[in-house]
Design a protein around this ligand. Structure first.
Ligand code: FES
Length: 567
C-alpha cells in the first residue's frame, strides 16, 4: 500500500490546508502511540468499543477487544479501537431508548470522521446493537457486528434463574405475598451472575439474532454465551472477517436490504422475540430507506411458526439455545420462507451459509421443526382500530389466549406517576376482567417511551391470585416480560392520539383474531373530548440533546428515529 492511497490512516485527513503536512502530522502523532511506520502503512479496522462502569452487560469487553485485535492483526491490518457512548439498560433515566439515537449519531459520525477502512461494532446491551447498526448503515462503510453474548443462568433453591424473565416472575410473587423480603433479596443476588446480556430471548438476544439474520455478523455468533471460549474465537473471527471486508464494496447498504429485512422479521416472529425489536428493526431499515410496515408484519406473522422454546415465551435460556443449534438451526427451518440470495458480511449468501452446516445437531426440545412448531403463527401481531390508527403490538406468544377475544371496562391511568400513585391503592375500583390503560408513556411523552407497558396487576387483585389482565399503553415492554399486553399504541397520547381520550368506564374491545383494538365510544363524544383535551406533550427543553429529541422524535411506526437521521 502506498502512502498516496486514501486508505488506512491516510483516509479523511484533518484539514490544515496542506494535505502533505496533514499526513505528516497524523503519522507523527500516531507514532507517539508506539506504532512503527510499517504498521501505519496497513489498512485500518476501527473497533467501536463500548465498555462502561454503567454497563454490566459489557463487563468482558476488554477481553473481547483483545481477541478482535488478534484477528485483525493476523489478517494484516491495524486494529484501532475508539470509544462511543455505551447504554446500560438499567442505569439510564428516564429510559435507554431516549439515548439510542444519540449513540447511533456518535457511532455514525465517528466511523465517518476517523480514518478506518472497515469497522467492528462491539455491542450487546439492549439499545447498543440497534444504535450501532443504525449508525453503521448511515455511515455505510464496511461494518461487522460482534455482540456481547448472553449471561449464564444463576441458581436459587435448585431452580435456574435468568435475567430478566425470572426477575419479574419472582417480583410478582413477592407483590402477591407468596415470598418474603429475605427470599427476594436472595433471588436478587442470583439473577445476573456473569458478564453478558440478559439470559432469555429478551431484546438484547433478539437483536443479536436479528443482526445475524440480516447478515451483519459472522454466522453462528449471536447466541454464544459471553463467558464461553467460543465467544473469544468468534471475536477473533470477526476481526479477520472485517479485514476481508476492506475493499470488497460489501457496505451495509448491500447487506441491509428489503429482502434481508424481511428475513429478519421472519426470524423475529419465529423466535417469539422482543416487541422492542420491531421498533429497532424499523429504525435500522429506515436508515437504508426501507419501510417496515405493521401490515407487512401481520402478513409474515400469519405464515411464520414460532420455533424457539425460550423464556419468556417458553422454558429455556440462551445457553440452551446455543447448545441446541442456535441461529443456524432456526434459519435452516425457516429456509423455504427466506430470501436465500441475501448477502452476508462474510461475502457468502445466506444459501451458501446454510449449506455449509446443513447436517449440524439440533436439540428439538429447544428449536422445533417447522412442521411441528410451538405455535403455528408468529409470536407478534399488530392491532389496528380507532384506538390505534397507526397500529399497536401484542406479543401473542407471551400472552394468555383466554383474553384474546374480549371486551372490558377501561381503568385509566393518565401517566406513570398516576399509575404509581394509585395502582396499589386498596380503594382503586378494579376487577379482574377490567382493562388497564396507561396514557402518556409514548415517545412524545416526558418519559420517552419507557418499558412500563408491563403494568403491575393491582395488588388487591394479585393477592386474589389474578396473574394476567389486558393492559394497553403507548409504552414499550421489556423483551423479557410476558402477559396480555398491548404496546406501542400509535399515535401516542402525548402527540394527540386517541389513547389520550379514553376515560375510566369506557368499553374497549380486543380481537386478536381480527387484529383489532377498538374504543367503543361514539365519534361525536370523542370529538367533544378531543376539543376540550389539554395537550399533554411536554414543552421542549431550552437546549441540548433534550431539545433535539423533542423536535425530532418520530412515532413507533417509524422506529422512534429522529426525522433528520432517516435514510
Ligand atoms: Fe443489558 Fe438486559 S440489562 S441486556
Amino acid at each position: 500500500m502506498t502512502e498516496d492511497k486514501t486508505t488506512g490512516i491516510a483516509h479523511g485527513l484533518t484539514n490544515y490546508g496542506d494535505r502533505d503536512f496533514s499526513l505528516y502530522l497524523r503519522r507523527s502523532f500516531a507514532q507517539s502511540m508506539g506504532f512503527s511506520r510499517e504498521m501505519l502503512k496497513k489498512p485500518v479496522v476501527g473497533i467501536a468499543h463500548t465498555p462502561s462502569g454503567f454497563n454490566n452487560c459489557h463487563r468482558h469487553f476488554p477481553e473481547l477487544l483483545d481477541a478482535v485485535k488478534r484477528g485483525v492483526l493476523a489478517s494484516g491490518a491495524l486494529p484501532l479501537e475508539f470509544p462511543t457512548i455505551s447504554l446500560g439498560e438499567v442505569f439510564l433515566h428516564p429510559t435507554s431508548l431516549k439515548y439510542r439515537n444519540l449513540m447511533s449519531m456518535d457511532t455514525e459520525e465517528m466511523i465517518r470522521a476517523q480514518p478506518m477502512d472497515a469497522v467492528v461494532l462491539l455491542g450487546g446491551c439492549d439499545k447498543t446493537v440497534p444504535a450501532q447498526l443504525m449508525g453503521a448503515v448511515s455511515a455505510n462503510r464496511p461494518a461487522i457486528q460482534l455482540v456481547a453474548g448472553p449471561m449464564m443462568t444463576g441458581r436459587h433453591r435448585g431452580e435456574r434463574l435468568g435475567a430478566c424473565t425470572d426477575c419479574r416472575r419472582f417480583w410478582a410473587r413477592y407483590r402477591a405475598g407468596e415470598i418474603d423480603a429475605e427470599e427476594i433479596s436472595k433471588v436478587e443476588g442470583n439473577l445476573s451472575v456473569t458478564a453478558g446480556t440478559c439470559a432469555v430471548m429478551g431484546t438484547a438476544s433478539t437483536m443479536a439474532c436479528i443482526a445475524e439474520a440480516l447478515g451483519m455478523t459472522v454466522p453462528g455468533t449471536a447466541a454464544i454465551p459471553a463467558v464461553h471460549a467460543d465467544r473469544l474465537r468468534a471475536a477473533e473471527a470477526t476481526g479477520a472477517a472485517a479485514v476481508r471486508l476492506i475493499g470488497s464494496q460489501l457496505t451495509p447498504d448491500r447487506i441491509v436490504t428489503e429482502k434481508s429485512v424481511a428475513n429478519a422479521l421472519r426470524v423475529l416472529l419465529a423466535l417469539g422475540g422482543s416487541t422492542n425489536a420491531i421498533i429497532h428493526l424499523t429504525a435500522i431499515a429506515g436508515r437504508a430507506g426501507i419501510k417496515v410496515s405493521l401490515q407487512q408484519l401481520n402478513e409474515l406473522s400469519d405464515t411464520t411458526p414460532v420455533l424457539v422454546n425460550l423464556k419468556p415465551v417458553g422454558n429455556g435460556y440462551m445457553e440452551d439455545f446455543y447448545a441446541a443449534g442456535a441461529m443456524g438451526a432456526v434459519l435452516r427451518e425457516l429456509a423455504p420462507l427466506l430470501h436465500l440470495d441475501c448477502m452476508t458480511v462474510t461475502g457468502e449468501t445466506l444459501r451458501q451459509r446454510l449449506e455449509a452446516d446443513k447436517d449440524a445437531f439440533v436439540d428439538r426440545t429447544i428449536i422445533a421443526a417447522r412442521d411441528k412448531p410451538l405455535e403455528a403463527a408468529g409470536g407478534l401481531v399488530a392491532l389496528f382500530g380507532n384506538l390505534a390508527p397507526k397500529g399497536a403490538i401484542l406479543k401473542r406468544s407471551a400472552a394468555d389466549a383466554k383474553l384474546f377475544e374480549n371486551e372490558g371496562r377501561a381503568v385509566v391511568f393518565s401517566s406513570l406517576a398516576d399509575l404509581a400513585a394509585r395502582v396499589d391503592d386498596p380503594a382503586l375500583e378494579v376487577e379482574p376482567n377490567d382493562i388497564l390503560v396507561l396514557q402518556n408513556a409514548g415517545p412524545h411523552s416526558a418519559d420517552a417511551m419507557p418499558e412500563a407497558g408491563y403494568l403491575p396487576i393491582p395488588k388487591k387483585l394479585a393477592a386474589r391470585g389474578v396473574k394476567d389482565m389486558i393492559r394497553i399503553s403507548d409504552a414499550r415492554m421489556s423483551g423479557t416480560a410476558f402477559g396480555t399486553i398491548v404496546l406501542h399504541v400509535t399515535p401516542d397520547a402525548a402527540s394527540g392520539g386517541p389513547l389520550g381520550l379514553v376515560r375510566t368506564g369506557d368499553r374497549i374491545r380486543l380481537s386478536v383474531k381480527h387484529k383489532k383494538i377498538e374504543l367503543l365510544v361514539d365519534e361525536a363524544e370523542l370529538a367533544c373530548r378531543r376539543a376540550s383535551a389539554p395537550s399533554t406533550r411536554p414543552p421542549a427543553p431550552a437546549r441540548g440533546y433534550g431539545r433535539l429529541y423533542a423536535e425530532q422524535i418520530l412515532g413507533a411506526d417509524e422506529g422512534c428515529d429522529f426525522s433528520v437521521l432517516r435514510g
